[in-house]
Design a binder for this molecule. Structure first.
Ligand SMILES: [Zn+2]
Length: 431
């Protein structure tokens, strides 16, 4: 199948060089068996592949499927808890909802709603913060596998300072996680991530269990430096640690397969350790604003050589649509003035797509629309007469069109989503 469209992606890294040079644009891609086999002008692809059917995606832009590097599936029904800082929000909004996933039927419904939400928002790959309950993880993995999504996720581990029904012992954490790894890791597009909630709620014994599990070649994710009260509590719990990141580093949990969410308040020493080990940071701008966590120091991360991608952090975040996070990231950098890093539309597309694929080690397969990559793509085409349609009609060039997309687009502008070459849509009938 040849798709004729305005194909736009960022095969280059706009943070490493000229942002304009990171952008690529073509008129068509040819897809066979879910993989992009050719890319170029429509005329050239038709000449190279005579007889190949053509699907016209006229208007708007065809971009890579979005990559969300931090999102909590058990919180899909808990968005909109405004007015609380992190630790109060967890206690009053997030954790009571997460407890309900002890019921497997409830977890199944939540997993379906969550995954439908990802697909309809154009997200085709995600590092998903899981549930505290193994059966809920089975539900998420099974449903994600059925949809063909690239999902990396794992059982959330905690052994202190949370609601008692969310705690696991070190022994059950080890056996339950090992079982889930056997069942789901590297099964199709699914992968496993060892997931202590944060070191605030994970003792050294539990973090040791995480290190044992990481030895199985899986991924790692957790939270760090989100909120000043959280950071002070962690410092009190680990008097021997040099800083928050050290609570993970001492157990060998800072690796190139590690993604740390937030990092709003890092010390320079922590940025140096992240860079040295090739670990990534998931920047979650709407969540940071909702909870009043702070303004993300993107420039310091980039200057230290720390790789940064985007996360929606639902339910603290304001929805599953990555372009909204990219816009909020732009707003925050503008507000930081000289300490900020002014972001171009090319940066924003990169952050919503290829940066996430790199953070998750998936950039060989997804994150851009180059030949050889899986056809995970989103067609953004606004309804006729919408303000975005008006603005796209008046865009000077593709970069300008991208700027207008990031300023105005919503999930209502997602006209089509392809996962591994298959057209995707919501699957649950839940209203
Ligand atoms: Zn989170």
């Amino acid at each position: 199948m040849i798709y004729a469209a305005t194909v736009v992606d960022t095969p280059g890294d706009p943070f490493a060089g000229d942002p304009a040079g990171a952008l690529a644009e073509d008129g068509a891609v040819c897809v066979r068996d879910g993989v992009i086999r050719a890319r170029g002008s429509l005329a050239a692809l038709r000449a190279e592949h005579p007889g190949e059917p053509v699907t016209r995606l006229d208007g708007g832009l065809l971009v890579p499927g979005f990559v969300d590097t931090h999102v909590h599936f058990p919180q899909i029904r808990a968005i909109g808890g405004l007015g609380l800082p992190l630790l109060d929000w967890l206690e009053h909004c997030a954790l009571p909802e997460e407890s309900k996933l002890a019921d497997q039927a409830y977890a199944r419904a939540v997993a379906a709603e969550f995954l439908d939400g990802l697909v309809t928002a154009g997200t085709t790959s995600a590092l998903v913060f899981g549930s505290h309950f193994p059966a809920a993880m089975d539900e998420l993995f099974a449903a994600a596998g059925q949809r063909g999504l690239n999902i990396t996720s794992g059982l959330v581990l905690s052994d202190r300072i949370l609601r008692p029904d969310l705690l696991n012992s070190a022994e059950s954490a080890l056996t339950d996680s090992a079982d889930l790894i056997l069942r789901w890791h590297d099964r199709g597009r699914l992968r496993y991530a060892v997931t202590p909630r944060f070191s605030l709620s994970a003792s050294d014994e539990m973090l040791d269990v995480c290190a044992q599990l990481l030895g199985k070649g899986v991924w790692f994710t957790s939270h760090i430096n989100e909120n000043l009260a959280e950071i002070a509590t962690v410092a009190g719990l680990f008097p021997g640690a040099r800083h928050y990141l050290d609570t993970y580093r001492r157990h060998g949990l800072v690796t190139e397969r590690s993604v740390f969410a937030h990092d709003v308040h890092p010390e320079d020493a922590e940025l140096a350790v992240l860079a040295e080990h090739g670990a990534s940071v998931a920047h979650c701008p709407t969540s940071n604003c909702t909870l009043g966590s702070g303004l993300f120091p993107l420039r310091r991360h980039v200057e230290h050589g720390v790789h940064v991608a985007l996360g929606t952090d639902v339910g603290a975040g304001a929805g599953l649509f990555l372009p909204k996070e990219a816009l909020q990231a732009y707003f925050i950098q503008q507000l930081l003035g000289p300490a900020g890093l002014s972001l171009t539309p090319v940066h924003l597309l990169y952050l919503a797509t290829r940066a996430g694929a790199r953070a998750l080690g998936l950039d060989g397969r997804v994150g851009d629309l180059a030949v050889g990559k899986d056809f995970d793509a989103v067609w953004l085409r606004p309804a006729a007469g919408s303000t975005l349609a008006v603005n796209l009609r008046h865009a000077r060039d593709t970069t300008d069109a991208l700027a207008r997309v990031f300023a105005l687009a919503t999930p209502a502008d997602v006209a089509g989503v392809w996962i591994g070459g298959e057209r995707a849509g919501p699957q649950s009938a839940a209203g």
